[in-house]
Write a protein that binds this ligand. Structure first.
Ligand code: SF4
Length: 465
């Protein structure tokens, strides 16, 4: 049992893979994957793993914890091979036991396969039932194992044909990396809900959830995997199979608002630029009589800078973050509970005392953290606290690989803006509207999923038993 400090939606996974034609050392692929996962740590902190192929067999190391806790230098030394995939995971789907940590490695008719998945399938229950009637036995509770069993079911086909059939069967959101003994494959769901991009490093191909991971390992971003596309990388290079013609795109808009790193560019849009635009849009929509603009660091900072720039008010560092509280979950001792948000954030009295403060945050989920931060600011002397949120109210759960609270726990599903404002103790509360949000994206609104704000699920809702 853990106690959550943050009050945020949680991304559930990050994936990274590399195919090296001529590595200078037998462990280059594993080491590069380690650094790639390091760059994606914000996408999952509960477990990490790396699988490596040397052309004949696949070796795996995985464990519970952060990448640096799980993968030590002696593990990398043992992971010899020129192809690697890695995974970081934070998940409620399937629980957090080691057996559910990824990559998953399994044997099938044609050899060994490793799988790493970001996303969530919405028809897992039906697929599992179907596969069980054919005799499949499941060891984990993840939907990734359902994909593995489907692949095994189509093992008479080539890997590409088997994957093409799987893509028709599975519904929902997925960015999937698959490694056989001699190939690296990337697959993205037909609407491109979860991100997956392609890069090159010294002529070798890389696949990763975010371009920031490419930057970290010194690779160059080439492009995103297209919705419904399979990319196959082997010793002959990369080839693309457009298996499903996408009915529409539905990129997760929350990646831009909160999940992704600001230094990532996803589907052609730079995350930092989007966040600044959201802040500017908020300043145009809500002109508040105040002295300073502050952010809830770090995810609210780019929007706060945008708000300050557009409004002409000074941006100040009114809240300090303890950068060493990396884990979002802590042991729930009584003392820890009492410390709560103060473990992670502290208000700077010198900056906010006697001031009318505009505080920018990316989102409010349950409202409990916002309430504590507002109290914190008042305690050090803030005269007024106006809370401005760079996303519309989050009223609906996500079925596409994001851990949201249950609907009844989402404060915006049971309270209106005025009631939330009173609950968190703010002088005023303002959310960006749907129109304002889409205006800040500077793209066609029809290419995004925004279901957690509007309840319109582009790929359907999850079926339950
Ligand atoms: S419902 Fe929200 S969090 Fe989930 S994919 Fe859509 S925009 Fe992203």
């Amino acid at each position: 049992m853990f106690y959550e400090i943050d009050d945020k939606f949680r991304d559930e996974c990050g994936v990274f893979g590399i195919f090296m034609n001529n590595p200078t050392s037998t462990t280059d692929a594993a080491r590069t994957t380690f650094y790639g996962l390091y760059a994606l740590q914000h996408r999952g902190q509960e477990s990490a793993g790396i699988a490596v192929s040397n052309g004949h067999k696949i070796d795996l190391h995985k464990g519970m914890g952060l990448v640096s806790d799980v993968v030590k230098s002696h593990h990398i030394a043992e992971l010899e091979g020129n192809i690697a995939i890695g995974h970081v995971r934070y998940s409620t789907t399937g629980g957090s036991a080691l057996v559910n940590a990824q990559p998953l490695v399994f044997h099938y008719l044609k050899g060994m396969v490793a799988l790493a998945h970001n996303g969530n399938l919405i028809n897992t229950v039906e697929l599992k039932k179907r596969l069980e009637t054919y005799g499949s036995v499941f060891q984990t509770t993840t939907d990734t194992e359902v994909v593995a069993n489907l692949l095994a079911r189509y093992s008479q086909d080539t890997m590409e044909d088997a994957l093409a059939k799987c893509m028709i069967d599975i519904k929902g959101a997925f960015a999937l990396l698959i490694m056989t003994e001699d190939r690296l494959v990337g697959v993205r769901d037909q609407m491109g809900i979860r991100p997956l991009c392609i890069g090159r490093l010294n002529g070798d191909y890389i696949l990763a959830s975010e371009s920031a991971a490419m930057d970290t390992v010194g690779a160059e971003l080439i492009r995103d995997v297209n919705p419904g596309e399979i990319v196959v990388i082997d010793k002959n290079g990369m080839r693309s199979l457009q298996v499903i013609k996408s009915p529409r795109k539905a990129h997760c808009i929350f990646e831009y608002i909160y999940f992704a790193r600001p230094d990532s560019t996803i589907d052609g849009l730079n995350v930092n630029r989007v966040r600044r635009e959201l802040g500017k849009q908020l300043a145009r929509d809500y002109k508040i009589d105040a002295d300073i603009v502050i952010s809830v660091p770090d995810s609210g900072t780019a929007a706060a800078l945008g708000y300050a720039e557009e409004s002409g008010l000074p941006f100040e560092e009114g809240l300090m973050k303890n950068r060493y509280v990396g884990r979002t979950f802590i042991q729930p001792t009584q003392q820890m509970r009492e410390l709560g948000v103060r473990l992670k954030l502290n208000a700077v009295g010198e900056v906010v005392a006697g001031k009318r403060v505009i505080m920018i945050d990316d989102s409010i989920v349950r409202g409990t953290t916002s309430k504590k931060i507002v109290q914190m600011l008042r305690k050090v002397g803030a005269k007024e606290v106006h809370v401005v949120i760079a996303s519309p109210p989050t009223k609906f759960p996500c079925y596409y690989g994001i851990d949201t609270s249950r609907r009844e726990e989402l404060i915006a599903s049971t309270m209106d803006v005025e009631q939330i404002s009173q609950f968190i103790g703010a002088d005023s509360l303002h959310y960006i509207g749907m129109e304002g949000m889409f205006a800040a994206m500077k793209s066609d609104p029809g290419i995004f999923c925004a279901a957690c704000f509007c309840g319109d699920y582009p790929a359907g809702e999850e079926s339950v038993e």
